[in-house]
Design a protein around this ligand. Structure first.
Ligand code: ARG
Length: 457
């Protein structure tokens, strides 16, 4: 018991069960012990405790971590309010009364804020590594498909020709932003609240710079009241998970569509698909569906924490204990979704020639025909209208654009000549794109080379 002095009765069992965070903040065990070790060493350095006491405490804390990691000790679920109390109780058991000196000048409020920040920094690094691995998987697939033509869509209606590599590179861009966003969160998380106490620091000469350095933070947080009350880093982290999952969810949706019989553009690997218990022919994209589905709960986690925080007066309120499960849940789901995405991208096969014939003379070349007219000096609005008529005639004749004769085109507008028919050809379509950032394979190959250099692969 951390605070028995003024209480006659022990906490009611239901109240303990309701309020204990041990079942989930056990995840913070390593970070909590690191925080305590830094604190104990600092207490000795500023002569608040002796060197011997500090060593005893540090050895005790290291033993606790070892016991836990070797499955030789696990705190009883509803015996303790949280991991911090459980560790302190165990320390008493291991080293006796000296354990009582560890909490000098410290509150669980700065302790939990510090440990949680450490945990979040580690989580960010793990996610960033996964994101790079995901980018690499996308790149190695795109290397084979700079010239694999497919329809690009808007409104899920065929819009203009693009390549499969170009499409994949769009995701490489998104993932880079996801990493940048996480990096921003890392910097916002990188301040040490240790030594802020319950809300207003301490009358003891704690060396906050020292603990901040020991724990590898950039510097101590500036205002104790803010440092204890602040969970912006949690929301920033959850938001980074939200946007990251949104990207995964969009790709999942595309993988699902591309792998349908109707689309038949890709085949997902057996190791990342499932069968049906009833229909023997089925091969279901469950991993993509679950990634899309789990995005919902990840969004929910942001809503939970932002709502929990919005009415809290400074500084700590017990409500804030509710910040942890959403973070662990978002992290786990995001991390796992990234793993299965990497697996799916690395094992899928692409039906390279799926669209070559189908896109010959397709309406997706309409914009290019309008641009052909622009080059001939016709204002774009007018050329758009002329091509609209071309499309109408083709539709009326149940024909594709390349099946129209030059005479039919000239009837709509005499400016059309032989060279206009060239724009209906699939062959060379991508190379006809002139702008930077377009699917022209020359640009796409340069982009792939650029990314390979950035990601060192
Ligand atoms: N389990 C608590 C949490 O995670 C630790 C802080 C408790 N502080 C307090 N003043 N009751 O937020």
């Amino acid at each position: 018991m951390l605070w028995g002095g003024r209480f006659k009765d022990k906490l009611n069992d239901n109240a303990m069960e309701f309020s204990s965070s041990l079942s989930f903040d056990i995840n913070l065990i390593t970070e909590d012990i690191l925080v305590s070790i830094a604190h104990a060493e600092m207490l000795a350095f500023v002569n608040i405790i002796s060197e011997d006491e500090s060593i005893k405490i540090v050895n005790g804390l290291n033993s606790i971590l070892k016991l836990y990691n070797n499955n030789e000790w696990k705190p009883e679920e509803f015996e303790f309010e949280d991991i911090h109390s459980a560790i302190e109780a165990k320390l008493f058991e291991l080293i006796g009364e000296t354990a009582g000196k560890l909490h000098t000048g410290r509150s669980r409020n700065d302790q939990v804020a510090t440990g949680f920040r450490l945990w979040t920094k580690k989580a960010i690094n793990n996610l960033s590594e996964q994101l790079s691995a995901f980018q690499k998987a996308l790149l190695s697939l795109s290397e084979k498909h700079a010239e694999t033509i497919m329809p690009g869509y808007t409104h899920l209606q065929r819009a203009q020709p693009i390549s499969f590599a170009f499409h994949l590179l769009a995701y490489v861009e998104m993932l880079e932003r996801d990493k940048n966003r996480l990096q921003f969160v890392f910097e916002e998380t990188n301040f040490s609240p240790l030594g802020c106490g319950a809300l207003a620091g301490s009358t003891l000469p704690l060396d906050r710079n020292m603990t901040s350095d020991k724990l590898d933070f950039s510097k101590p947080a500036s205002n104790a009241l803010d440092a204890i009350s602040d969970r912006d880093f949690v929301l920033d982290f959850l938001n980074a998970c939200n946007i990251g999952m949104m990207h995964i969810s969009r790709l999942s949706e595309e993988l699902i569509i591309w792998s349908t019989s109707e689309f038949n553009f890709i085949k997902l690997g057996d190791s990342f698909t499932t069968g049906s218990s009833l229909m023997p022919q089925k091969k279901n994209p469950d991993m993509a569906e679950l990634s899309r589905g789990k995005t919902g709960r990840v969004y929910g986690n942001y809503t939970a924490v932002s709502t929990m925080m919005k009415g809290l007066p400074l500084s700590y309120n017990r409500d804030m204990q509710e910040d942890k499960e959403p973070v662990f849940d978002s992290f786990n789901n995001y991390f796992q979704a990234l793993s299965v995405m990497i697996g799916m991208i690395s094992t899928l096969t692409v039906n390279k020639n799926r669209f070559v014939n189908e896109l010959e003379g397709d309406f997706i070349f309409s914009t290019e025909l309008a641009e052909w007219l622009v080059v001939k000096g016709i204002p774009f609005r007018e050329s758009h209208h002329i091509v609209g008529e071309v499309v109408k005639i083709a539709e009326e004749n149940n024909a594709k654009l390349h099946q129209l004769s030059l005479e039919q085109l000239q009837k709509i507008n005499p400016i059309f000549d032989e060279t206009a028919l060239e724009v209906f050809k699939v062959e060379g379509a991508l190379y006809r794109k002139k702008t930077l950032g377009s699917p022209n394979p020359t640009f796409v190959k340069k982009e792939i080379a650029k990314w390979k250099k950035i990601l060192i692969c």
